[in-house]
Design a protein around this ligand. Structure first.
Ligand SMILES: NC(=O)c1ccc[n+]([C@@H]2O[C@H](COP(=O)([O-])OP(=O)(O)OC[C@H]3O[C@@H](n4cnc5c(N)ncnc54)[C@H](O)[C@@H]3O)[C@@H](O)[C@H]2O)c1
Length: 342
């Protein structure tokens, strides 16, 4: 079986690559390394860093040639600009990559006869949802740039399914955590950030009062569902979540306990979350503070009933086990980085 993964040097893509490699798949891995890293591609039993192709997902000719080389059965399309502030500060690039890149994958898949595409979408599109747990069918349209790029990309996926009879499953990921989670970028995801601050003995700064809760799903649970999603024809959207919401403070308590460190957190105003992005406060129209506040304090809780009914899937990894595995990996990465500095 031949499988292409875009965004393969990223947090989720790298581990999906490893999982599919273990299952015996022939892989074509691409990434432009705008966010991903070679470290993500090194596993104890295999090193993918010499196999990955440096390519932009928008490269029409490049993607076409890779697909033409042989019969690609499935494409996992994970390449994208994921950090919300990055999308908000450079919307043209966010749309070009997240929407344009997806259309490039769809159009080339159409021409080259790819069996099915599994697209990395997001539960961030439930930004304005008021029904919990949120199902795939009930939600208000999002306001921020990032979820709108994913929503638009989903629309193009459906367009290709309706117009050409192709098959695409859009997996709407909740907050994903686990080994390889980025802890080095400017605004790392929460779990990566708290592990990093604890490791270096620094005081983490959380926005709002830390009681805000979100749905978290462990990366291997996500991968299990992504593999099952090879089944099925036509267009579908499926939540990938745990139906368990954890607050920032609860996650931090778990991290402190597992790392054997106690560092009281500091709390900052929700509105100051994107202060590192001054462009949003410049120009004739500046970002509304109520939008920033809502994004920080937003509650998410999603239903996985559809995934359970269709694929018999349920998340298996407990938050303690998932956090432990995340911490073990991040500590080994920090040790590697420290050694390189010596
Ligand atoms: N991690 C989460 O909590 C989460 C939640 C919802 C959706 N998602 C989506 O899942 C996908 C993977 O997320 P992740 O957490 O692994 O993010 P990530 O940033 O670690 O991985 C994305 C990868 O895409 C690559 N990329 C970006 N632009 C590219 C381009 N133009 N051409 C080729 N490669 C490009 C990056 O270099 C990176 O390696 C993303 O599309 C993201 O939007 C993630």
């Amino acid at each position: 079986m031949k499988i292409m993964i875009t965004g393969a040097a990223g947090f989720i893509g790298s581990q999906l690559a490893h999982d599919l490699w273990e299952k015996g798949a022939e892989l074509i891995l691409i990434d432009n390394f705008s966010y991903g890293s070679l470290d993500n591609l090194i596993f104890p039993d295999h090193n993918f860093s010499n196999e990955i192709i440096h390519m932009d997902v928008r490269d029409k000719k490049g993607i076409r040639e890779l697909l033409k080389l042989g019969d690609v059965d499935y494409i996992y399309h994970l390449a994208g600009i994921a950090p919300l502030p990055d999308c908000q500060t450079d919307p043209q690039e966010a749309v070009a990559v997240n929407v344009g890149g997806t259309v490039n994958i769809l159009e080339n898949s159409r021409r080259c006869g790819v069996r099915k595409i599994i697209f990395a979408s997001t539960n961030a599109m439930y930004e304005n949802a008021e029904i919990f747990p949120t199902t795939e069918t009930v939600f208000g349209l999002p306001s921020l740039i990032y979820p709108n790029t994913k929503y638009a990309a989903e629309r193009f996926c459906q367009s290709y399914c309706d117009t050409y009879g192709m098959s695409v499953t859009c997996l709407r990921f909740a907050n994903v955590y686990g080994p390889h989670i980025d802890c080095l970028r400017k605004q790392p995801p929460l779990v990566g950030y708290m592990i990093r601050e604890l490791y270096y003995g620094r005081t983490p700064v959380f926005h709002s009062d830390g009681t805000q809760k979100r749905d978290y799903v462990y990366v291997q649970d996500l991968i299990d569902l992504a593999v099952l999603a090879q089944q099925g024809k036509g267009f579908d959207c499926v939540n990938v979540c745990s139906n368990h919401a954890y607050s920032v403070n609860e996650l931090y308590d778990i991290a402190q306990e597992l790392m054997g460190k106690q560092i009281p957190a500091e709390y900052a105003l929700s509105q100051s979350y994107w202060k590192k992005y001054p462009q949003l406060y410049e120009g004739a129209y500046t970002i509304r503070s109520k939008v920033l506040e809502k994004e920080v304090t937003k509650y998410t809780l999603c239903s996985y009933e559809h995934a359970k009914e269709k694929y018999g899937w349920e998340p298996k990894i407990s938050i303690f086990e998932g956090m432990k595995r995340s911490i073990d990996y991040e500590i080994s990465l920090f040790e590697k980085i420290e050694k390189r500095k010596e």
